[in-house]
Ligand binder design. Structure first.
Ligand code: ADQ
Length: 483
């Protein structure tokens, strides 16, 4: 008889496991925890519960054996090179990602990508069904796994299923372009509770169900056809680990490093900073255009003002990302060629990933943070920046098209499509008196500290537990969620 497999009360499923494989100089392979806020949040909710995480280990081929790391049971799921190409780079990042981000670049539709997406989602559902204990809570993450809720419900009707979308949910007019729109909606309706970054995203989902499935809806509830089930779709915006990141940014070495960064840039009067995955949704081109025009018009210029643009390498096997990278690098080259001075480049462009300490030091060093996406589910960089500014220094220029803007209204708002308006927002962020900027920063920090990632996770799980059908009594909910 095969040994009884251990099962878990709380199962997280996401495209990626929360660890990266690293090879030490002696060839020894080990796992290192990825530093994201999601992992910190999950650790806080997994305390005292038996928790497992199902996800891809990041390399194509046979998956490693399941293992335990930091108190979480990790269950790797194998993706072949063809799965990575069709399910991940293809359907997830070249079909869904553009449609869900306002079609900033055109979406690509291939039927074989869809077939692969279905098959990988089915494997996820099977892996979850294997590790979930009787009546477990299962929390599925993001647009790569939209079919998992319904597939899992078929395999395991006893478990409670939640799904959270880290990216926007598009208006029905754009969503309707997807040839597989009905299957995607039905896949999601297998969940008990669906969480979104903004109310507008939740409303878009409910509207899509009404218009494309002719489902009955009432407020944030969708009636599932042919059953007595109702699914709730609401906004529960994600956040950052405020306490952990603030403590990091208060470390003397980080503060010293921030000083050293400024000194190595020639101690400019105004250091501007952009930090993004190199993605066409992030508005990097628009930001550079506004900055270039301000330089050409001599309203600002080096050496008093400089811009550091950190662009993390991303999805380089998708053509739109390769094109964006060469376009950005050409633009930076042109700006520097035409507008720099000897020893004072106009733009410092860094195409790297950095450790958390270095990111915190950059945030502390920057007088103006430029967050200018054309569309972004939340944008954690904006929240990380204000978290690090315990000195109340700095100013945040924030696009109205980010989820973060809906919580951080006091920031210097911009519409990145409006280059003239963006230039004005940058100048305001530079020239507003320090006292006023401190007041703004204090308000922004209060919001993030009161709505941190631990509270997000607790609220999400409470909403999932209290979703229609199996409403729990109030006292069963964690304290944070009773509001
Ligand atoms: P992303 O599109 O990846 O996330 P974002 O929210 O900005 O966008 O998160 C990026 C993370 O990567 C931040 O924690 C940032 O500090 C880090 N990072 C960026 N550049 C880095 C670098 N060079 N080195 C090291 N770290 C770097 C998706 C959605 C967002 C949503 C998040 C979370 O697109 O809208 O906010 O998920 O839900």
């Amino acid at each position: 008889m095969p040994p009884a497999r251990q099962t878990y009360d709380l199962v997280i499923a996401a495209n990626r496991l929360p660890v990266d494989q690293v090879t030490a100089p002696d060839g020894q392979v080990e796992w290192r925890r990825s530093p994201g806020g999601l992992v910190t949040a999950m650790e806080s909710v997994m305390q005292g519960r038996a928790g497992a995480w199902v996800g891809w280990a990041g390399e194509p081929g046979e998956p490693p054996e399941p293992f335990d790391e930091g108190g979480i049971h990790l269950h790797p799921l194998g993706l072949s090179a063809a799965d990575v190409r069709d399910y991940y780079e293809g359907f997830s990042n070249d079909t869904l990602w553009p449609i869900y981000h306002d079609v900033i670049v055109p979406a690509t539709f291939h039927r074989e990508w869809w077939t692969s997406y279905q098959s990988v989602n089915a494997r996820f559902a099977e892996a979850i069904a294997e590790v979930a204990a009787e009546k477990a809570t299962v929390w599925v993450h993001d647009y790569q796994l939209q079919l998992v809720p319904a597939l899992l419900r078929r395999l395991r009707p006893d478990v409670r299923i939640g799904w959270f979308n880290h990216i926007p949910f598009p208006p029905v007019e754009l969503f309707a372009q997807l040839p597989w729109r009905g299957q995607l909606l039905e896949g999601l309706l297998g969940a008990d509770f669906l969480g979104f970054q903004r109310q507008a995203d939740a409303r878009n989902f409910v509207r899509a169900c009404r218009q494309l499935l002719q489902a009955q809806t009432r407020g944030d509830l969708v009636q599932v056809d042919g059953t007595d089930r109702q699914v709730r779709a609401s906004a529960i915006p994600i956040s950052v680990d405020f306490k952990g990141l603030e403590a990091l940014s208060k470390q003397p070495e980080v503060i010293e490093r921030a000083r050293a960064i400024r000194a190595s840039l020639g101690d400019p009067r105004v250091l501007m900073l952009g930090v993004d995955r190199l993605d066409y949704t992030k508005g990097i081109r628009h930001r550079l255009k506004a900055y270039e025009e301000l330089l050409v018009e001599r309203r600002i210029g080096p050496p008093e003002v400089t811009l550091v643009q950190v662009a993390t390498p991303s999805r380089e096997r998708v053509a739109a990302y390769r094109n964006l990278r060469s376009e950005i690098e050409q633009t930076v080259g042109r700006i520097n060629g035409e507008l720099s001075q000897i020893g004072s480049p106009a733009v410092h462009y860094l195409h790297h990933s950095y450790p958390r300490e270095e990111m915190a030091a950059l945030f502390l060093a920057a007088d103006v943070m430029l967050v200018t996406p054309l569309r972004d589910g939340m944008n954690l960089v904006a929240k990380e920046y204000v978290t690090c500014r315990h000195d109340l220094g700095g100013a945040l220029v924030l696009s109205e098209f980010t989820g973060a803007w809906h919580e951080l209204h006091q920031a210097f708002a911009c519409n990145p499509h409006d280059i003239e308006g963006l230039k004005q927002a940058i100048l305001r962020a530079i020239n507003t008196p320090t006292k006023d900027k401190q007041r703004i920063m204090r308000a922004l920090r209060r919001r993030v500290s009161e709505h941190d990632v631990q509270r997000w996770a607790a609220r999400y799980l409470a909403a999932l537990a209290a979703a229609p059908e199996q409403a729990l009594p109030e006292q069963a909910l964690p304290q944070e969620a009773r509001q």
